[in-house]
Write a protein that binds this ligand. Sequence first.
Ligand code: TYM
Length: 609
Amino acid sequence: MATTVDPRTPTMTTALEIVKGALCAVIGFPIGKSTIGSRISEGNKARITVKTGKAEAPTAAQMQKVVDVVNEAIAKDQACFRLTMPRKDAESTYGSAMYDVVEPPAQVEELSLLYIEGLVLHSQLHPCLPSTGPVGKVSVTKQKFRVNKQELEVMFDVEPSTDTPTDDTATPPQCVPPSAETVVLLNASEARVSADDGVEGGVEESGKAAAEGGQKVTPWEVEADGEVDYEKLVKSFGSSLITEDIVARVERVTGRKAHRFLRRGLFFSHRDLTQILDLYEAGKKFFLYTGRGPSSDALHLGHLVPFHFTKYLQEAFKVPLVVQLTDDEKFLFKPELKLEECHRLAFENAKDIIACGFDPESTFIFSDLDYIQHMYPVVLKIQKLVTYNQVRGIFGFTESHNIGCQAFPAVQAAPSFSSSFPIPLGGTPDRPCLIPCAIDQDAYFRMTRDVAPRMKLRKPALIHSRFFPGLQGPGGKMSSSTESSAIFVTDTPKKVKKKINGCFSGGQETKELQELHGANIHVDVPYQYLTFFMEDDDELKRIGEEYAAGRMLTGEVKKILIEILTKMTKDHQDARAAVTDEMVRSFMAVRPIDGSGAAAGNVVPPPPP
Ligand code: TYM
């Protein structure tokens, strides 16, 4: 008589868990509430259906990477921990990260959780193996993606190991429950492991692909045929758009109105911002990191965008800030600049940055030339993990770039890790980092985020702004390398007026035509500048409507803008004049900035400029 063997063996249940964890890590969707169902059949076959929340099917490279991650976890024979805990405790610590789409019935008061480090935390009633090794080998046999439901079904076979026989009766190992923040990381909605040995978000394509789409955005070049297509950039870089829900959440968490750059979608894209908010709410404070490449004596108005926004973030979240001045980068990339000059410009630019009003107690500004020894160990560890082929793909370097350029990206990556700041951040090994910048800098951080898991460090989160346009109009950014495109914070009221009066306008040639057709406010430089620097939302809306409808003339809009910019540059110049060399030295002294107080032995003043 034939006997029916229950195919749901601990080996198969464990295999399902590993596959689920790998799918989340590679495709990038949360572990919680994403499993729709699973089935195990005779012959060591299984299928799992998950909700990826992605509009597109995973690529072949991603599916291959999933298999690799699964088999690596098996080869490492990772422990499969069991934790039993009251349901209410689990939910208050982990939210719904351990649930499938269908949660256990309300009467279940205690949960049995399976935890495999770096992969999965799951409420699992069925017995699992004590470790992953005996699962042997997993091969994916088929996959189906339902676009309309964003569901992925994966079928796979398991060949249990003969070397590591299964002891189904062994007691599963116990562990200290993982921290809320560890689980927040597992529950991320972005890929934690990139599919192409290279870098996340199709980074290898960045310069090339974007160029093919009629626009090119790299740290050194921003070029578009018409307006920059920001949604396309988000797609090709693999970041996420900032939604109204996220803005509302930032307001809730900080208890204040969002900065106008955020309310108006000027900071429009992010990576892992929601994770930063989750961690912040769970009591884990992040640090802010931003920077400037000192290539000119003064900043232009575009540079003020990330710095004004960073000041708001520092105040709203009450967190420390590190500001990198990449004098080394500018020396390497700008043939005409001397090293001593870049170092001097760093000190000068620090004055403009301080003039933005950062908190002296919790802000550390550093020149790479002065600070490099403190972060060199981190720089080296990054350099060892990135190949020439990778930086070539990411940054478009060729054989003719000097070797300093090719090695530099690791220097901009290093401050994303709190271990680069043993004194300023008090040696906290893995503090979350949020980087505000315009989207041109993203390439550096795609590389950083790719190496982070391999260094067992947390990926930095990012919040990206659009470009403050150049005076010449759409298709580029305000840039100090194109003098005619920029208004500098040092410009006199007369210069500001002259530049604005001569800038590109989306208004019509004559008064009559303007009254007839109205202005194209999407490309109109004066109106675009107002969206960045006019505080009053209602007034901005009124001007936009009147100007677009032809009831306002370009001259009137320019006049309003000139008033705002004249005041802004004057205020900035006054604030900068009040910044003494002594103040710059104190912002640049290597000292604790994390509320721990400046212990006497922990202050290293910077060398003189
Ligand atoms: P740099 O000096 O080119 O630019 C400094 C910051 O200003 C942003 N930015 C702009 N934002 C809006 N509109 C514009 N037209 C515009 N032009 C520049 C840049 O995105 C940047 O945030 N390699 C960097 C220095 C750096 C850095 C960092 C920047 C080092 N570490 C971390 C941001 C985050 C550079 O040369 O930036």
